[in-house]
Design a protein around this ligand. Structure first.
Ligand code: MRU
Length: 345
């Protein structure tokens, strides 16, 4: 499986996800600014992968410090730059906060040791994410009946994580158990993560996948052609409200109308235990040009106003279960997520 991100000989290597599936091009990132831009410009995307990139970004920045530098001031500068890259994915802030805790605990050790400790922590975040995804896969595959047609949205796969994936991890695990499954991938306008990335990933693994446009989902459900929906998450509030790629909410409404299970698969690092409901989740508004153009070509009048919220929030009441590395969380979410919170303290 192709890793979205890897640390190699002192540089951060990423496959440029904007060019997939046409070109497998790797970028070597050497500075915090390059990592921050890669996150903003969607070279790397997907909540867990963004968190891993930010952790390595901090490690990269600190490695560039010369003897006599002020590590506290520079760490803070790098941290604040990465913090501003994308507002919705909880994993970004989770990873930055974790790196900051490690920095605080070790800031008085000598600089060369501090650099090693921070890099080791970033590597640990990456390694743990891969293990977590495999656990999510194992925990969730039991929800997938043999012969199921599974609809998924955006890309919550190996490219969006350290590898394996969350929603696609569950699908991979079911496939590995020889279940005869089929996947319907929504193309996911405007950035086409479904058409470009999910189709590519699943085809590489020989998992049967069919592409649909986003507006076909309702009709396919009405015709009985969808057995269940499984999506990833960018941030989950304490009541189960889930921010994910724009279009996820519409799928959840349609799934409820057609009495189809709607599952979310996500690591606990995607939960924002500070937030009571999804109303508090910040939703990223991206550049209108992403909607106005397709492959660089204008689709509409150049002056027409365009909206481009990158995420929506699916209310917890529309979610059948949330699959995590620890357990499958079922409603009522406020109570069940509360229980998980107490075990984490
Ligand atoms: O804008 P993106 O491509 O970063 O959005 C990604 C998603 O919405 C994913 O579903 C989510 O981050 C989960 S990835 C395991």
């Amino acid at each position: 499986m192709l890793p979205a991100i890897a640390w190699k000989n002192g540089v951060l290597v990423m496959v440029d996800q904007r060019r997939l599936p046409w070109k497998e091009q790797y970028l070597n990132l050497k500075t915090v600014e390059e990592v921050a831009r890669a996150i903003e410009d969607m070279v790397i995307r997907g909540a867990p992968a963004i968190g891993i990139a930010a952790a390595y970004g901090l490690a990269l920045g600190m490695r560039s410090l010369k003897p006599g530098a002020d590590p506290e001031r520079d760490f803070d500068r790098f941290y604040r730059r990465l913090w501003r890259t994308r507002p919705t994915a909880r994993n970004l802030f989770w990873a930055l906060e974790r790196m900051k805790r490690v920095f605080e605990e070790n800031k008085n050790t000598d600089l060369s040791r501090l650099k090693k400790i921070l890099l080791a922590e970033a590597r640990k975040i990456e390694k743990e994410d891969l293990e977590i995804n495999r656990k999510i896969g194992e925990n969730g595959e039991g929800l997938i009946p043999d012969g199921a047609t599974i609809l998924t949205h955006c890309n919550a796969g190996a490219l969006a994580t350290a590898g394996y994936g969350t929603a696609l991890g569950v699908i991979r695990s079911a496939f590995a158990r020889k279940k005869k499954i089929k996947v319907l991938a929504c193309e996911t306008r405007p950035f086409l993560q479904g058409a470009r990335l999910t189709v590519w990933e699943l085809a590489r693994d020989r998992i049967p996948v069919t592409l649909i446009t986003d507006n076909m989902a309702g009709w396919l459900m009405a015709r009985g052609e969808v057995g269940l929906v499984i999506a990833g998450a960018d941030r989950i509030a304490r009541n189960g409200d889930t921010a994910n790629k724009i279009g996820t909410y519409s799928l959840a409404v349609l799934a409820r109308q057609h009495r189809i299970p709607f599952y979310v698969a996500a690591p606990l690092s995607t939960f924002d235990f500070q937030l009571r409901t999804g109303r508090e989740i910040p939703i990223e508004e991206r550049n209108p040009e992403e909607v106005r153009r397709l492959g660089g070509r204008l689709l509409t009048l150049p002056e027409v106003p365009v909206k481009n919220p990158a995420f929506d929030v699916t209310p917890g009441r529309l979610i059948s279960a949330i699959i995590t590395e620890k357990a499958i969380i079922k409603p009522p979410f406020t109570r069940e997520i509360g229980k998980i919170m107490t075990t984490l303290k």
